[in-house]
Design a protein. Structure first.
Length: 146
């Protein structure tokens, strides 16, 4: 059976505040503007995307657990959960579909606690520090695994 040409894009907590929250770090684009860019690139790359955002760790874990039924790959910005969620890491490991971790800012140039990603070892790669382009590069990377 051919891999599904559909990618799940997950935005973690507080990303619904993009455009308002620390624009000097996260930029001025809103989450919906970023989502439009993701959808536009997906169309160009001839893949489907489904985009979801949650402030709830449990909801994100559920989406990851259900993902193999519909999706061939994941792009995830786990936001603050990147640094604290063993549950997200375990879910990503358990489902076994390729996932790309993305971050708008360069987490390795920020506060000490942000430099450690608990999910990094459960994904195929990490893209950080390129603003909205981190998502677009992540989508391109995920497509390579389809």
């Amino acid at each position: 059976m051919a891999k599904k040409r559909k990618i799940l894009v997950l935005h973690g907590p507080n990303l619904n505040l993009l455009g308002k929250r620390q624009p000097e770090i996260y930029g001025r684009l809103t989450l919906e503007q970023i989502n439009r860019k993701i959808r536009s690139l997906a169309k160009e790359l001839e893949v489907e995307v489904e985009i979801r955002q949650s402030n709830s760790e449990g909801e994100m874990v559920g989406w990851i657990q259900e993902s193999p039924e519909q999706f061939g790959a994941l792009v995830i910005n786990a936001a603050a959960y990147t640094h604290s969620s063993v549950a997200l890491r375990d879910a990503l490991t358990a489902v076994g579909i390729p996932a790309v971790e993305v971050h708008i800012s360069n987490i390795h140039k920020r506060e000490e606690f942000r430099k450690r990603s608990l999910i990094a070892e459960a994904v195929v790669g990490q893209i950080a520090g390129f603003g909205v382009n981190s998502y677009l590069l992540g989508l391109r990377a995920a497509v390579e695994y389809l």
